[in-house]
Write a protein of this length. Structure first.
Lengths: 215, 738, 183
């Protein structure tokens, strides 16, 4: 699959947002994933061409960050946090269950291309441990059972809402959002919930504030 | 001039010193003679603090700090590993981590014996490893280019090579890929590390991760006898180190010369040396009565040569070639003018003009060194005329790039298109094909001032009026003017007087041979370089003496062939474009190897005379500089004006025998502007054929935006392009190829 | 005793020693009767792995260690087509000059792969200088049973490390046993 001319137009739009063209590389790689499902050789060539970089320089960035895939991701890219907090509270069990049910391991895709799995690092949502993500949207307070339930819904094409964010769309659709193209879903679903705001609420009760910040 | 630098006072290991503000801690320690171990630090590259080996303790800071990346501040108290337990422990710890994945293959590693990792593991590491796991391994080695091999498991991720490629050479085709323990240097699949300067990465690699195909497993460092030498390939004048094992050159390295090549050189200078040992002439050859060339003794060969030249001395011409040392050039000058009594002497084995002769006599010959590499860096602007530094004098390119990137210097180039080299220097194109050059040079005055430098290449001789225009431009703007030839011997030859003042130039010698010119004495000249048919001139000549190092087309036709020493066998001096003398010692002392000067001295004695040393330019009558008439040849349908120069790596005879180097050469392409492509019915990416006077060359076509119209560019003497014509010729250009 | 002339007394010593045990070794007639001690430093040998591949990796550490400058080594690349040793590098040229060698054994201490060891062979004399420069052919250990003459591939599925760790046995397809040319 080669990239279309409209992708190139979108890439130039991204470049125009930055004073230094090179700054556009990260969103452009998301754009490539939105188009191809992974960072393809064509995509690397396109970024290099548009930014006057060598393909080696683009490849260096694309291989450094784990959010860029070197082979096609599933339609729904599911992450399970396996860092200590989530792991102990059930993340490890969720991983075991999902991995054995789907028959795939880390960085692997189901044969039908629907689901890919990743053992992810901390998502800064430890208040909701154990945490999963589907195409980087939060799925909080998961159990092995709810994890299987969510994945089965995704596979069968039923709509799934993020527990703290909008409805979960496909990997490619979501990558376009990450590339900086508005999907109009900014206010959809639950935003910051009670648990997240608990600390702030308590601080307000006690009249505390961060040093140097005027009340 | 007094330079006021702000200084700060710091304490290193209890010693109080005052140093310029902004100095890196590691440099301050060096000044005091304290060696802090390091891998990623290189004085000519930006600090990166990647290897963490140089950790020191700074009082008041809780954690050890990388001394290669922290600049001193007033009152700073620094403790290195010699006085700080923390620093010592930190360094030993970093070393232990670096060695976890480093293989223990020092016995077969090319770096073993001269390896900073090996040495510093001994001085700053601990004797035993505590790591009991399995080391990370990679399939090895992989080619990052035909010449450069990479053993990824030896890499300590110091990023010296990638920083060099990016910051110095401007060819960032190698990068650090992946992350964490998998981090590795690599190229992209479609772009190998084909940089003219790739060999430097091998030299600065602090471990054996990068090795060269040429030197791999050929020798161990402790076998080698090293001699400081100077490069014979171009007029940049690089200092080199030549390493020899059992009378065979194993490798050449760039050597320190801060005022010239800093610590870099190009791949041609580094790898193109097999010619010194291949196909050499071992004894003199003399043509007998039957016309057969056979071996002869030195006394016989000299006697025959002297007898042949004796009667026709005044009508003999001397072509020396551009590879002569200063010493040999002086011998040629004396031999031609005083022993033979001829003024037909020329060092230029290429297209020449009488305008150029006058320009060189008036503006270059025997001038003191008034434009240097340092001046290029200090100049506000530099104008390049008929000169592509990356291809024709790579160290000038590196200096100009450094100056341009630091923001002090703007580079302007009078050229048909923006070359890769010009783009890397962030230069501005003053677009001009051969026919527009003169007017564009004249109008370039707005970019120049008294703080500017004009660099004019030897190709300017191919454009009538260009050198006159350059001289006028320099006079008008007050800019300094320097002439940069391609070959290492040209400047020395010019200063010695090997210029045809009151005599015939190279082209005139070739056309007059057989009539006014009866004899030829030829040094290191390749026939295809000369504008004119040198081989048929040799046929017509009554008597030809060739002084050569190897069997060539010329030695096959000569009457007497006298073998001379190559650079490795003799001591001598090359004078670089600045006018700076770059002397070198004999690397392989070879009994019986005679330099050109030795041979000419013997020949003069045989003729009953002797060579003398005189300053030719003190009494020479310099011809007045005036522009030659511009070409009026019309450009018809299907035709364009040729613009051409040689790539750095071409089919030059001194690059023979080194296939890995040749494989990194740039491929020949044909370039035209979009309008010209349309006019000539040429398709971008297709094959185009350029032909003229019975010769033709085909190469892929690249339609180049911003290029001058009605001009076609094609490299000369390259693999796939043997069209050796000067710029300015009108050539046929057609789609398709043979 | 003093009455016996000195001359006769001298013969007395000769006479008495006729009844002592003879210590003279009859070389070369009885050379096998007096073998050298097991740790005697004699002629060198370049050893092989059990499948016949050479142990020498051409690292030249022996040459560097040699105090008499008697050893000359040139390394070269093993290729897919022509493999002489496990790993990347092998010793293409290997020479020991026994006119210089002092049989000190520093070279075998330096050898990182135990490729170079010393035999008990001490008959190192000949009638020309050339013959006393032993080349790789002279020094290589003979092919024993189970060894295959290099160049040949490493055993399937093995790496150079397996060879160094002694995990590779003899070749399943040995060529005819060939004894090295001993000088």
């Amino acid at each position: 699959m080669s990239l279309s001319e409209s992708t190139r137009v979108q890439a130039r739009e991204i470049i125009s947002r930055y004073p230094q063209a090179r700054s556009a590389l990260l969103p452009m790689l998301h754009l490539v994933q939105a188009e191809e499902g992974y960072v393809s050789a064509d995509g690397i060539a396109l970024c290099a061409e548009e930014l006057s970089l060598t393909t080696a320089e683009v490849a260096a960035v694309a291989t450094f960050y784990t959010m860029y895939h070197r082979k096609p991701a599933g339609e729904y890219h599911v992450g399970v946090c396996i860092n200590p907090g989530c792991g102990i509270l059930g993340g490890d069990a969720i991983w075991e269950k999902l991995s054995s049910r789907l028959g795939i391991g880390h960085d692997e895709v189901t044969p039908d291309g629907k689901i890919s799995l990743e053992r992810i690092e901390c998502q800064a949502a430890c208040t909701h441990a154990p945490v999963m993500t589907a195409n980087w949207e939060f799925l909080d307070n998961m159990t092995p059972e709810s994890a299987i339930d969510v994945v089965e819904k995704l596979v069968s094409g039923k709509e799934v809402m993020s527990t703290r964010g909008p409805r979960i769309r496909t990997f490619k659709e979501n990558e376009l959002t990450l590339a900086g193209f508005d999907d109009g879903l900014v206010d959809e679903g639950v935003q910051a919930d009670e648990q997240m705001l608990a600390g702030l609420k308590r601080a307000k009760e006690l009249g505390q504030s961060a040093p140097g910040v005027k009340k | 001039m007094t330079v006021t630098t702000q200084t700060v006072t710091v304490t290193v290991d209890g010693v109080v010193v005052e140093v310029p503000a902004g100095t890196l801690i590691i440099r301050v320690a060096e000044m005091l003679g304290t060696a802090i171990p390091r891998f990623c630090d290189h004085p000519l590259l930006d600090p990166v603090a990647a290897c963490r080996m140089c950790l020191v303790e700074i009082e008041g800071q809780g954690k050890p700090q990388p001394s290669c990346a922290v600049t001193v501040s007033d009152g700073m108290v620094i403790k290195t590993q010699h006085t700080s337990e923390m620093a010592e422990k930190a360094q030993a710890g970093v070393m232990e981590f670096l060695l976890i994945n480093h293989p223990l293959d020092c016995p077969i590693c090319d770096k073993g014996g001269e390896c900073p990792l090996q040495n510093q593991a001994m001085t700053n590491g601990q004797g035993e490893t505590r790591f009991e796991g399995t080391k990370r391994t990679f399939p090895k080695p992989i080619n990052v280019s035909a010449q450069v091999l990479l053993d990824r498991e030896r890499c300590v991720s110091c990023a010296r090579c990638t920083r060099f490629a990016d910051q110095i050479a401007g060819d960032p085709f190698i990068e650090l890929l992946e992350r964490g323990a998998k981090q590795q240097v690599g190229t992209s699949e479609d772009q190998p590390f084909d940089s003219y300067f790739s060999g430097n990465t091998i030299q600065i690699c602090p471990v054996g991760a990068l090795t060269s195909a040429k030197y791999r497993f050929r020798s161990r460092p402790f076998d080698l006898i090293s001699t400081p030498t100077a490069c014979e390939h171009c007029a940049s004048g690089c200092a080199l180190r030549t390493d020899v094992r059992r009378s065979t050159v194993m490798r050449r390295l760039a050597w320190d010369a801060p005022e010239v090549n800093e610590e870099w050189n190009c791949d041609k200078g580094r790898f193109a040396f097999p010619y010194t040992s291949e196909g050499r002439l071992t004894h003199p050859l003399v043509r007998d009565e039957a016309g057969n060339l056979g071996p002869a003794s030195w006394p016989e060969a000299l006697r025959v040569a002297a007898a042949g030249l004796a009667g026709i001395g005044k009508s003999t011409a001397v072509l020396t070639g551009g590879r002569v040392t200063v010493e040999d050039a002086k011998a040629y000058a004396s031999f031609a003018r005083e022993v033979l009594g001829t003024n037909d002497v020329d060092f230029r084995a290429r297209a020449v003009s009488n305008e150029e002769t006058a320009f060189l006599a008036n503006h270059v010959a025997n001038k003191p060194m008034d434009v240097t590499y340092g001046d290029l860096e200090a100049a506000k602007s530099v104008l390049l005329v008929s000169f592509e530094p990356e291809d024709e004098s790579p160290i000038v390119f590196l200096r100009l790039r450094k100056a341009a990137l630091s923001g002090t210097t703007k580079v302007f180039a009078v050229a048909p298109y923006t070359s890769a080299g010009l783009a890397k220097m962030k230069g501005t194109l003053l677009a001009a094909g051969p026919r527009e050059e003169v007017s564009v040079i004249a109008s370039a005055a707005s970019h120049l001032s008294g703080d500017s430098v004009i660099l004019v290449g030897e190709r300017a001789a191919q454009t009538p009026g260009a050198l006159t225009a350059v001289a006028e431009l320099a006079a008008k703007t007050g800019a300094k003017l320097a002439w940069i030839p391609r070959r290492a011997g040209d400047r020395g030859a010019l200063d010695a007087g090997l210029l045809p003042i009151d005599g015939r130039n190279t082209s005139e010698i070739v056309s007059a041979t057989g009539s006014a010119v009866k004899g030829l004495v030829i040094g290191g000249v390749s026939p295809e370089d000369v504008d004119g048919d040198l081989l048929s001139a040799i046929d017509k000549a009554q008597f030809v003496v060739s002084l050569e190092t190897r069997h060539t087309e010329i030695t096959a036709e000569a009457d007497v062939v006298l073998p001379v020493a190559v650079v490795t066998e003799k001591a001598g001096t090359f004078r670089n474009w600045e006018g700076r003398d770059r002397s070198f010692a004999a690397v392989i002392p070879t009994p019986g190897a005679l330099s050109d000067a030795d041979v000419l001295g013997e020949l003069a004695r045989e003729l009953g005379k002797s060579l003398s040393v005189s300053d030719f330019w003190a009494s020479a009558t310099k011809p007045a500089l005036k522009a030659d008439a511009a070409s009026t040849e019309s450009v018809g349908n299907g035709q364009a004006v040729l613009s051409t120069w040689r790539h750095l790596l071409d089919k030059g005879s001194l690059q023979s025998g080194e296939p890995y180097l040749a494989a990194t050469a740039r491929v020949a392409v044909v370039r035209v502007s979009p309008a010209t492509a349309q006019k000539l019915n040429l398709v971008d990416g297709g094959t185009a054929t350029v032909s003229c006077c019975g010769n033709s060359a085909s190469a892929p076509l690249i339609v180049t935006a911003g290029m001058t119209d009605d001009v076609v560019w094609l490299p000369a003497n390259s693999e796939g392009s043997s069209l050796n014509l000067p710029s300015g010729c009108v050539v046929e250009v057609s789609q398709g190829g043979n | 005793m003093s009455k016996v002339p000195q001359v006769i007394r001298g013969f007395g010593v000769t006479f008495l020693s006729m009844f002592k045990k003879v210590t003279t070794e009859q070389y070369p007639e009885e050379r096998d009767k007096y073998p050298p001690k097991p740790r005697f430093h004699g002629r060198h040998q370049l050893n092989r792995h059990p499948d016949g591949l050479e142990k020498c990796i051409g690292c030249e550490l022996c040459a560097w260690a040699c105090p008499a400058d008697a050893i000359y080594v040139e390394g070269a690349d093993n290729t897919e087509e022509e493999r002489f040793s496990p790993g990347e590098r092998y010793g293409r040229t290997y020479q020991i000059n026994y006119l210089r060698c002092i049989l000190c054994g520093l070279c075998i201490e330096a050898c990182p792969t135990r490729a170079l060891t010393m035999t008990n062979e001490y008959e190192l004399a000949d009638d020309s200088r050339e013959k006393l420069i032993f080349t790789k052919e002279d020094l290589l250990a003979p092919l024993l049973s189970g060894m295959e003459l290099p160049p040949h591939d490493m055993a399937p599925g093995t790496t150079a490390i397996d060879y160094y760790e002694g995990k590779v046995g003899s070749s399943p397809t040995p060529t005819t046993v060939k004894v090295g040319d001993d000088k």
